[in-house]
Design a protein around this ligand. Structure first.
Ligand code: 5GP
Length: 201
């Protein structure tokens, strides 16, 4: 970690199927000091997922108890399932100087912006809506009903792209990851981030 840099909170959103999980895992392999927040969800675990790595999987009763306990920075009901961002861990990671990435949908992103107005929000979009539909079908995890629901939600989410600081097209994965790295670097070159360093020169 560069001792000059302070931690920063990044919000990464994209309609399901736009590849944000892959983008994030590639990003973590680059030297960008990135840590991903692991959300809690009541959704069923997918075959390729690991509990405690992709999400903390839990049931509705436990999730609702955590809401009562003030455990979440924000949470939403997305489709049939709850998703929530644990508060304490994020604050610790930002304090420790990491670029903390929250991989959340648009409602949650709006809520985080209200709590952390300085957060940097990035919206990943597909090269076309057809490409998104094909990717979701190719995943083979959706029923016809859940596919229709996700595509409808995707349309609504894309209409909220204007709420984000940056838009990145995920056509070629490497280019998309390069773009997100460039955003991280640019954000750390802002005067607000470099003020202490400049003052001490
Ligand atoms: P999926 O079921 O495909 O893993 O996720 C569905 C949506 O929920 C995605 O847009 C994902 O980014 C979002 N999501 C995951 N975790 C959280 C969270 O903690 N808070 C919010 N608001 N959205 C989340």
């Amino acid at each position: 970690m560069d001792s000059v840099n302070k931690g920063a909170l990044f919000v990464l959103s994209a309609p399901s199927g736009c590849g944000k999980d892959t983008v994030l895992s590639f990003l973590k392999e680059r030297d960008c000091n990135v840590k991903q927040s692991i959300s809690v969800t009541t959704r069923k675990i997918r075959e390729e997922e690991t509990d405690g790595v992709d999400y903390y999987f839990t049931d509705v009763a436990d999730f609702e108890q955590k809401i009562q306990d003030g455990y979440f920075l924000e949470y939403v009901k997305y489709g049939e399932n709850y998703y929530g961002t644990p508060k304490k861990k994020i604050e610790e990671l930002v304090e420790s100087g990491y670029n903390v990435f929250l991989k959340i949908e648009v409602e949650g992103a709006g809520n985080v912006r209200k709590i952390f107005p300085d957060c940097i929000s990035i919206f990943i979009v597909p090269p076309s809506f057809c490409a998104l539909e094909e990717r979701l079908k190719g995943r083979g995890t959706e029923t016809e009903e859940s596919l229709d629901r996700r595509l409808k939600i995707a349309r609504e989410e894309l209409s909220r792209a204007k709420e984000y600081d940056y838009i990145v097209v995920n056509d070629k994965l490497d280019d998309c990851v390069d773009d997100v790295c460039a955003i991280i670097k640019a954000e750390h070159s802002k005067y607000s981030q470099m003020k202490d360093f400049v003052d001490n020169l």
